[in-house]
Design a protein around this ligand. Structure first.
Ligand code: DCP
Ligand code: MG
Length: 555
């Protein structure tokens, strides 16, 4: 634990004593709250619960990591630091050459989405603090309730302690999905190849749209186009959206939160504007930097993007290559996804859902079928097929595990995916979350399995990872057939297995070795931004995975 460490805190930043249930107030509408008071209420209300115990266990693990990090940091010599800085400066030079300021990227995000839909359909809720979910878990809250510290990924029973008059409305996923389709229709007018990050948000590249307008003699600025888009969304759904406009997806996402709700923010496409914008930005504002990374970096005295730059030698010396590369991109405002062909590739598409804990095998199989159908739809939309199916599950003790299998050929058939995922389902465990992931992706063009009539895109042009939003268990998709056998799924599997989480680890020792690595990867490798939300208890999919959704296309 951090408190047991004898490491000097002067060298590597202050040690902050963190409560187990610390409120995450990095959310629009939650600024300036009395967090000390809120944290105390949360701590008292949750003590003794399984959720609390899980958080406590997690925090102990994080504390141990912090202690290790600080111990390693204290041992670094001046010479090593000099070398670290030199290496990072070199890398920064390379990244600068890749900086792309030519695109206009928009991140659009609906305001208090599920809550806004419920309020629209029940106007008496308008003046009340309300949230959507259950006493076990909330999916979101309206801005009124946020003033009390009530937010997504908080158990409803704790929220009630913070705000006794809180109205909790049950989730209605079919309704949100329908609204999402209406919103996405508007997106398509501005970028037919928009990347949906979840039901309520998307990344759009409106560069071509703006050029086309200009060519047609109807020039408009990016801000005007986005104003118009938001007005169209309001017209078709009676709901408000916020947007950020920037040279890349990472920055656009930060920008969309700036004037929430019902606002937008433009970041000019110049290096100066980007560097000015980024310098005092708290790292936690960056999608992909979650609670764990924030704590680890905090232990090194890094809390803003400028700190990331100032302490770059420590990042180089103490973190993995993918992590320090990512941190440097953040520090430079380049992001992982500049559309410049330099991004780290993300190679999986997945869906997951949280539900009331159950061990009923049939019920769990139903959920997998539905998730697989959703996943198949996303693969279809992205023009991708995949070959590795991973089942992720969270037990009622909040332990996250994964199992992986390989298909005999690339597919995006929901039935095949479901059958494969079901074969990985453990028997007799009480589960509260299931996820299905497809990796080893390829476009049909590469497999000769082209989809006639569909515009073909190369992998480089595609968004390379999509997570569905948290989805509730729904009725079995009538389309799903059960005609496939286990043998169909595994015959002809290649000998080399690639980890679907980190993509860099490979083994020829078979699935057992791979499964154990992936578990390790998800549970231990907390530094890698993509894995934040998969390890954090109580958080459903959308929270910290959003930065995975990016527009990548040829220019
Ligand atoms: N969601 C969820 N579980 C979470 C977070 C979100 O089920 N842990 C769902 C409910 C949200 C929707 O996804 O309404 C969109 O998530 P956002 O993070 O965009 O949050 P909101 O749209 O609710 O609020 P904001 O106005 O901050 O965007
Ligand atoms: Mg939203």
């Amino acid at each position: 634990m951090a408190g047991n460490s004898d490491v000097s805190t002067e060298k590597c930043g202050p040690t902050e004593s963190l409560g187990v249930m610390k409120l995450n107030d990095h959310k629009a509408g939650m600024q300036g709250l009395d967090t000390a008071k809120i944290n105390q209420i949360i701590e008292e209300a949750s003590k003794g619960s399984q959720f609390y115990q899980h958080k406590q266990k997690n925090q102990e693990r994080i504390n141990a990591k912090i202690a290790n990090l600080k111990a390693s940091c204290a041992k670094l010599t001046e010479e090593q630091k000099k070398l670290g800085r030199f290496k990072m400066d070199n890398l920064a030079g390379k990244l600068e050459l890749m900086r792309d300021l030519s695109r206009t990227i928009v991140h659009v995000d609906m305001d208090a989405f599920y809550a806004a839909v419920e309020i629209r359909d029940c106007p008496e809720l308008k003046t009340k603090p309300m949230a959507v979910g259950s006493s076990a878990m909330l999916t979101t809250s309206n801005y009124h309730a946020r003033r009390f510290g009530v937010r997504a990924a908080m158990p409803g029973f704790i929220a009630k302690k913070l705000c006794p008059e809180l109205v909790i409305v049950p989730t209605n996923f079919p309704k949100y999905t329908e609204v999402s389709r209406q919103v996405q229709k508007v997106f398509a007018d501005y970028d037919p190849e928009f990347s949906a990050a979840s039901l309520d948000e998307a990344y759009l590249d409106i560069t071509d749209f703006l050029v086309a307008r200009k060519d047609a003699g109807a020039e408009m600025t990016a801000a005007e186009a986005v104003e118009e888009m938001r007005a169209k969304i309001l017209e078709s759904t009676q709901l408000t959206a916020s947007a950020g406009i920037a040279p890349n997806g990472m920055l656009a996402k930060v920008c969309s939160d700036k004037n929430k709700p019902n606002g937008q923010f433009v970041l000019e496409n110049t290096r100066e504007a980007v560097m000015e914008f980024i310098k005092d930005l708290p790292i936690r504002k960056i999608s992909g930097i979650g609670n764990v990374t924030e704590q680890l970096l905090g232990a090194l005295g890094v809390s803003t993007c400028r700190d990331l730059w100032d302490k770059r030698e420590l990042l180089y010396l103490l973190f993995s290559e993918s992590s320090y590369d990512y941190f440097l991109r953040v520090a430079l405002g380049i992001g992982s996804f500049g559309g410049d062909g330099s991004e780290r590739e993300r190679k999986s598409v997945s869906c997951e859902t949280t539900f009331r804990s159950t061990s009923d095998h049939e019920e769990l199989c139903d959920i997998i079928r539905q998730l697989s159908a959703d996943l198949a739809r996303d693969l279809e939309r992205l023009g991708l097929t995949g070959r590795s199916v991973t089942l992720k599950y969270k037990t009622d003790k909040f332990d996250v595990k994964t199992r992986i299998t390989q298909l005999m050929s690339h597919t995006r058939d929901g039935a095949v995916i479901a059958k494969a995922a079901q074969s990985l389902l453990p028997v007799g465990l009480h589960l509260r979350l299931l996820g299905v992931r497809m990796s080893q992706l390829t476009s049909p063009a590469e497999t000769g399995n082209n989809n006639a009539g569909r515009k073909q895109r190369t992998l480089d042009e595609l968004l390379l990872a999509v997570e569905c939003p948290a989805r509730k268990k729904r009725k079995l998709d009538a389309q799903v057939s059960n005609s496939l056998t286990e043998a169909d799924l595994t015959r002809g599997a290649p000998l080399l297995f690639t980890c679907p989480v980190c993509h860099s680890w490979r083994t020829s020792d078979g699935e057992v070795a791979l499964n154990s690595h992936v578990d390790e990867c998800l549970n231990q490798q907390v530094l890698y931004p993509e894995q934040q939300s998969t390890t954090s208890a109580g958080c459903s999919s959308s929270q910290s995975k959003l930065d995975r959704y990016v527009i990548r296309r040829a220019k």
